[in-house]
Each structure stands twice: as structure tokens, then as C-alpha cells.
Design a binder for this molecule. Structure first.
Ligand code: FES
Ligand SMILES: [Fe+2]
Length: 440
């Protein structure tokens, strides 16, 4: 439970808010490279941290992210002409480069130097692994990008995905670090005896409650959830969170699974998730119909501020819930009647309302990770706000080199010590078999 003021402090991200200022110290994933696919392609409306921005790829291939309102008299640069290394406002022809410099002002006398005095807000961008990153912060020279394994693989650009949900970023993120909902929301219609024997899928269904341990890490926090495993061993399900909005969720075998997701606020009530897995041996089974990780069908993108990457299943169609399937209580979707793990999560997190009032909740022992993450966010935002302390990770890209997943350990092993190397990204473990996870 949070006080109303604490809830406000860590959920609001607009310009000038404490959390908004905090997040602006980091590079943030802003859009997919494919949204501005080729030089001089169509500009795109991008809502990011409550700011209306226009993305465009200039003639030289560089991506600009510029304020929506033209600095002259405010026409939307979305309608601009993307031509000859700049975006030209079509109202009176002023033209801006990717850095926001006004490079042409054809409606003013040729001898005027007015254009030297005009500058649009434009943020530095950097492309990596199919993602256009943006830096909206105060530094003249931005910090380094985080060392995110899932964004740095040869195939990262091919596997990156974006998904928009209409609610606050924090309640979506909290769903990622709450392991016990999985046995109900996602797998409540499944039986342990129907799973591949000896796999993690079997053992996470044999006992739904788990013994839960949370630790602070350099980049944020991690949890281990212990259940009985085979031959007297323990089955540990391990997941991580890194400042400010990165999660590394646990399906998969620890040591083989690369990547995670970023829950990036578009504004206070809309969130774009960037899933950066890098492909490879990330998951033992490929997403396909009938598989819980089936990728939900998407609506065609529109050019609206909130028209990008919207699933067909939405709050206004009740996520296409099938009550008959829910009554049947069998199979991947049998507990909820909602198709797909991602949409089952979405129904829960958006159904709380746009920004859930956490003063109303009742937290139990398995909410330990949620509690830890909130406490660390509150402390770090306050330290930044009151003393200007640089947020964790901003200048330390290596703290993002983490992995999550499941592992069988001897019953008396200390999971933190025993998994230290397996939790390190950029290390190959060919001896490990991703199939040990099972399909869940
Ligand atoms: S409003 Fe853009 S050039 Fe006048
Ligand atoms: Fe979930």
C-alpha cells in the first residue's frame, strides 16, 4: 500500500514532475526503427513521457525527434515535408534539421538572421537493435546506452516488438514482477500431470504458492521464488527489475534466456512496451496459436498519437473474453477465457483503471518484490529531486547485464550465490538445454 502522495510521485511522468525528471536522465526507447523505415519517409506522431513529438528519418538516414508545434506559430510538424535533410513546416515553409536548427526561413527577407535565433526542441536519438532511443534529459552529452543484451544481438532488430496498453506504466511493470499470478491467471486451467515430466512447467503447477526472497541488485532488484523440484531439489524461478522500467521475466531456463522488456510511459495513462529478446534460444517454443505465448493480433497502426501498436483485444471489447471457455476451465485460456498470456495480463492491469490508487490495496507476502521496487523508486526519485543524485544505472551501463529464468538447485543451496554467473548476460552456456523449461 502507498500513500496517495507516494502513488502520485512515482506514477506521473510529464515534464517537470519528479518521476518525469528522473526518467529523463535515462535514454528511453521511443519508437521502432521500422516506424520511420527509410530516408525521407513519412513523419510519425510519437507521444513520449507526456510530450507530443514528431519522428522523422532525414535524407541522411538520421532519425529526428522534434517538438510537434512549429516554433513559428505552432502548426503541427506532422504535416511537414520531409525533404533534403530536414522537416519543412508546410504553413510558412520554415525548415528544421534533426537537431532542431532552423535551416531555412523562406518567408522572411533573405538578409534576415532571424533563423539563427530560432531553435526547435529536438532530442538526441540513437538506433540500436531496431529501437530508436531518445534522450530527453538535461545533459549536453547524453550518458551511455544501457547494456541490454536483448537489444544488442545480431537478430535484435528482427525480433523487437512494441505493444501499447491504455494505463499507467507502473501497474503494468508490477505485473511482470509478481510471479504467483502465473499459476492462476495464465495457467489456472492446466494440470501438472499434463506437462512434460521433469520440466519447470510441471513443478510450477505442482505447487502454486512459493517461498519468496527478494534482494537488491546493482541495477534494481531480483527475486527468487522457491518450490519443490525433482529428486529433493528446489525449483527456483528468478526474475529481475532494473531502473527505471526494465523487467526480465522468468519463463525460460536461467542462463539461456536473453533479453527483457521496457515499460515506457507514453503519458500517465498510456504505456508502450518494447520487448527486446534478440531471438535465438530465448524461448523453447516459438509463439503460435494454441501456445500461451501466442502473439496477439494487432490493429493496423494509425497516425494518431495513440494509434500505434494496439492489440485487437482491448478494454472496450473486454479483451474478447469467452465466458464459455472460462466455465470450461481447461487449456491455456481456460481460467480467464481470454486468449494469450499478454492479453490476460493486460486485462488485469488496465482493468485497475488508468492510474490505480495504491492506497486501497492489501499486500501479502508474495508481493515482496512489488513492495521493494516501489520503495527503491520512491527513494531514488526523492534523492534525485531533493539532492540531485544521479539515478541508478544512468552512468553504469553494465548493471543492465542481467538474465532471468528458472533453475533446479540442491535443496540447501543459497540461490543468490549459486546463480551468480547464470544471472550474468553476455555469457554463453551451451551445456544448458532451454527445453527444460517446458512450454509454459
Ligand atoms: S507555423 Fe510553421 S512555418 Fe509558420
Ligand atoms: Fe502475467
Amino acid at each position: 500500500m502507498l500513500k496517495v502522495e507516494e502513488n502520485e510521485l512515482i506514477t506521473r511522468v510529464g515534464p517537470g514532475t519528479p518521476m518525469g525528471n528522473f526518467m529523463r536522465e535515462y535514454w528511453v526507447p521511443a519508437l521502432l526503427s521500422s516506424e520511420v523505415a527509410t530516408p525521407d519517409s513519412d513523419p510519425a506522431r510519437i507521444m513520449l513521457l507526456g510530450e507530443q513529438l514528431i519522428a522523422f528519418r532525414d535524407t541522411n538516414g538520421k532519425v529526428g525527434l522534434i517538438q510537434n508545434n512549429c516554433p513559428h506559430r505552432g502548426a503541427s510538424l506532422f504535416f511537414g515535408r520531409n525533404e533534403e535533410a530536414g522537416l519543412r513546416c508546410v504553413y510558412h515553409g520554415w525548415k528544421f534539421d534533426v537537431e532542431g536548427n532552423c535551416i531555412d526561413m523562406p518567408n522572411e527577407p533573405a538578409e534576415s538572421d532571424f533563423k539563427q535565433k530560432v531553435k526547435a526542441v529536438a532530442y538526441p536519438t540513437h538506433e540500436r537493435g531496431g529501437v530508436v532511443w531518445a534522450y530527453l534529459g538535461p545533459r549536453t552529452t547524453p550518458p551511455p546506452l544501457p547494456d541490454l543484451e536483448g537489444n544488442m544481438q545480431p537478430e535484435s532488430g528482427q525480433f523487437v516488438r512494441a505493444t501499447q496498453l491504455p494505463c499507467n506504466w507502473l501497474q503494468i511493470l508490477e505485473g511482470d514482477i509478481d510471479t504467483t499470478h502465473v499459476g492462476f491467471l495464465h495457467y489456472g486451467g492446466l494440470k501438472a500431470e499434463d506437462q512434460i515430466q521433469g520440466s519447470f512447467s510441471e513443478y510450477q503447477l505442482r505447487q502454486k504458492q512459493a517461498h519468496f526472497e527478494v534482494i537488491d541488485t546493482e541495477g534494481g532488484a531480483a527475486y527468487g521464488a522457491r518450490r519443490p523440484g525433482p529428486d529433493g531439489q528446489a525449483y527456483w524461478r528468478i526474475a529481475q527489475w532494473c531502473f527505471p522500467f526494465y523487467t526480465f521475466t522468468p519463463p525460460g531456463v536461467l542462463g539461456t534466456k536473453k533479453g527483457g522488456g521496457a515499460r515506457v510511459p507514453m503519458d500517465d495513462t498510456h504505456t508502450m512496451t518494447f520487448t527486446m529478446t534478440g531471438g535465438g534460444r530465448n524461448r523453447p517454443t516459438r509463439p503460435q496459436p494454441g501456445n500461451p505465448f501466442f502473439l496477439q493480433p494487432m490493429q493496423p497502426n494509425t497516425t494518431d498519437w495513440f494509434g500505434r501498436f494496439r492489440p485487437v483485444q482491448q478494454p472496450d471489447n473486454d479483451y474478447l473474453i469467452d465466458r464459455e471457455a472460462q466455465r470450461g476451465k481447461t487449456g491455456f485460456n481456460g481460467y480467464t477465457g481470454i486468449t494469450g498470456v499478454g492479453m490476460q495480463d493486460a486485462a488485469m492491469t488496465t482493468g485497475m483503471g488508468s492510474i490505480y490508487d495504491r492506497s486501497q490495496e492489501h499486500l501479502g507476502t508474495t508481493d515482496a518484490m512489488v513492495i521493494r521496487v516501489r520503495r527503491r523508486l520512491i527513494a531514488a526519485v526523492q534523492a534525485h529531486m531533493q539532492h540531485g543524485i544521479t539515478p541508478p544505472g544512468v552512468d553504469d551501463p553494465e548493471i543492465y547485464r542481467v538474465r532471468s529464468g528458472g533453475v533446479f538447485l540442491p535443496a540447501d543451496a543459497d540461490w543468490v550465490e549459486a546463480t551468480r554467473e547464470l544471472r550474468q548476460a553476455f555469457v554463453e552456456h551451451p551445456e544448458l538445454d532451454p527445453a527444460l523449461n517446458g512450454p509454459l
